[in-house]
Design a protein around this ligand. Sequence first.
Ligand code: UDP
Ligand code: MG
Length: 322
Amino acid sequence: MDKISVVVPCWNEEEALPIYYKEMRRVMDKMSENAEKVSLDFELLFVDDGSTDGTLRVMKELHGKDARCKYFSFSRNFGKEAAIYAGLKASEGSFVAVMDVDLQDPPSLLPKMYDILKNEDYDSVATRRSTRKGEPKLRSFLSESFYKVINRISKTEIVSGARDYRLMNRKMADAVLKMSEYNRFSKGIFGWVGFRTKWLEFENVERSAGETKWSLKKLFCYSMEGITGFSVAPLSLASIVGVLFCALSFLLILAIVIRTLIWGDPVSGWPSLACIIFMVSGVQLLCTGIVGQYLSKTYLETKHRPIFILKDSSKEEESESV
Ligand code: UDP
Ligand code: MG
């Protein structure tokens, strides 16, 4: 018997949840009907990432209606990455999917993904958007630039437009779980663990209900997470700029000595000197800042704080009622 665990991170999604469940039930029924040879079971792992609306209530209702729906509730908002980690940790299936609740990751793709893992030699099927239609221009531009930069400076391949929506086998899910770092960047983690991945493309879909949780500021922090997590190239920037500046100053000294020997040394040039001091100290601060970024990540990592804290879950409820 095969079991597919679907990890669904939710943050303030009380409107989107029922719509998601309805669609997912349709897909699950169809897949169970069509399953040949082996029977197919599902579990939907809803992770409430510290919602302030009725998300947890809706999850509990769904759990009451359908035992395949399980819920895990965080003590506060820990972020989507933490929610995915918690879901993966709780998953029991031989296949694990990660999916958004807003139907921007179409559940209708799941049968195809399962088919590929069953019949072809792949460990995971991932998805990417073929277009960024419906997204603000500035956001698309910034995202594209981020992927260009990170793929240049990181050895781990991070696919542009990749969504977190994917189905993987148990081996890969376990590998992802072994990466228990505090600063999590899933797109990098999935790439880093390796395994054979097939990419499916689909058109960008609008949200079913509610609104996006990603502000530009959140996206910026997320991209910093990606860069510091999967590349140390920025750290070499200080050395490179240092060498360049040394070379430049050597040439300048040479030029000034020659000029003084030929034309004497009238006192002038303090404005240019002031500019140079400003520039050099700016570069120094920038480099110190970059080192600071890495240091702060290391600092958080060495504290070994838990990635998430559970406040409530369907497991507790079940063990209480036994
Ligand atoms: N999400 C979450 N915690 C967060 C932010 C988002 O669990 O701090 C969930 C959210 O509920 C949704 C998914 O992550 O299921 C994707 O979020 P969203 O749709 O806002 O992102 P977008 O699709 O706009 O990139
Ligand atoms: Mg979305």
